[in-house]
Design a protein around this ligand. Structure first.
Ligand code: SF4
Ligand code: SF4
Length: 376
């Protein structure tokens, strides 16, 4: 059996749904696209992933000969309704850059060990344009919503590539849009019109981006009020443009087994707990799912405050009152916004009391704005 066949069989054996292989060449089309949209993607270009360097992969691994790319289908089990309006499915599935000690982190680890056992040097920390790699290897094509779609699965997939120094047998590309003619359901459904043309997303308008990239060290922690309003109850990720897609309906409507871990998880997860979280909530309800981008809990609290504001229910005023005493300015600022959004006499009283003791100028400004907006 050839090395190519052995690699593919091993990948399928450990749970990947599809595997393809391409030569390890650079990706000039990706470099051009990202460079042309530098303003929108500066946070990513300048960030630790260094995508423009990864797209010239031989600059990081001069011995690179092949890229093995895999599809992991993370929607094989049901996602609880209580969570899907708050947390993106890929995060609920615990597979996005999972640490090696977790089951979904052990799969790429096993793959690397297998490749090394067969004498391959395996590249490390090379950020590749995963969707383009997988499309060039013929295992996905594109949706106009920018997601990669795998035949028979849909877009709830996670792509992982491995760069090796061995020449292998290569697959034929499917770099194309696979959507039904005339469909633009995802573009119309996006609450912020972030998909401004097919295959083009402005990340600054995307709810998912705003839930986790708006951190001081990445893109600044401010979320525009217009976007806050449209975030609804999303606190980590957004699946709307995938949920509405006809190409995902077979999977979304399928009768799937429950994920007992998520069923248990959902029983002790609420936005109020997230807003005023304890150490235990952080370690058992935040870190196990939302470990990808955010390290500082104040951003989760901010997102919970926005979600509670958008729910508009006066029952959350006491939770927000507690948050108005949080040591983090950011949390008080967004709790004030949420109180203004909920409105009513009790919310206004909390805002006035908070203003009288507030010392941060930025929080005072937010509170004053919230008081003027709050209806009685
Ligand atoms: S993830 Fe949400 S906000 Fe972002 S493009 Fe899709 S629907 Fe729009
Ligand atoms: S909603 Fe329609 S246009 Fe958008 S990705 Fe799905 S099939 Fe393509």
């Amino acid at each position: 059996m050839s090395l190519t066949t052995q690699i593919k069989e091993f990948a399928l054996d450990i749970g990947y749904s599809k595997v393809g292989i391409i030569p390890a060449e650079s990706f000039p089309e990706y470099i051009t696209d990202l460079t042309n949209r530098h303003e929108m993607y500066s946070f990513y270009i300048k960030g630790s992933f260094r995508p423009l360097v990864g797209a010239e992969l031989r600059s990081l691994m001069p011995t690179a000969k092949s890229i093995i790319t895999t599809v992991y289908d993370y929607s094989q089990k049901n996602f609880p309704k209580e969570l899907t309006d708050k947390i993106g499915r890929v995060y609920q599935a615990r597979c996005y850059n999972a640490p090696p000690e977790r089951i979904n982190g052990s799969r790429p680890q096993l793959m690397r060990e297998f490749l090394r056992k067969f004498g391959c040097e395996v590249g490390d920390k090379i950020s590749l344009p995963e969707r383009l790699v997988a499309a060039k290897a013929g295992i996905v094509n594109y949706g106009k919503n920018n997601f990669a779609y795998a035949e028979g699965v849909g877009s709830f997939i996670y792509l992982t590539s491995f760069v090796v120094d061995k020449e292998l047998d290569y697959d034929s590309p499917t770099v194309e849009v696979g959507c039904p003619e005339g469909c633009s359901v995802c573009m119309k459904a996006c609450p912020t019109q972030a998909i401004y043309e097919p295959l083009k997303l402005d990340p600054r308008r995307c709810i998912a981006f705003n839930t986790f990239m708006t951190q001081d060290r990445i893109a600044g922690s401010h979320i525009e009020p217009e976007i806050r309003e449209k975030m609804g109850t999303k606190v980590h990720g957004c699946d709307i443009c995938q949920e509405v897609c006809p190409r995902n309906q077979a999977r979304l409507k399928a009768k799937l087994p429950d994920d007992e871990y998520l069923v248990n998880f959902a029983q002790n997860f609420s936005l109020s707990q997230m807003l005023n979280m304890t150490d235990e909530f952080y370690s058992t309800r935040i870190q196990p799912l939302m470990f990808n981008y955010i390290r500082d809990r104040k951003y989760f609290q901010r997102n919970a405050a926005i979600a509670l504001g958008n729910l508009g229910d006066p029952a959350f005023v006491p939770d927000l009152e507690v948050a108005m005493k949080d040591p983090e300015d950011l949390v008080r600022e967004y709790a004030a916004w949420a109180l203004g959004k909920i409105g009513g006499r009790s919310a206004k009283e909390v805002l006035k009391a908070s203003l009288s003791r507030e010392t941060s100028e930025s929080v005072k400004t937010e509170i004053s704005g919230a008081i003027s907006k709050a209806t009685i």
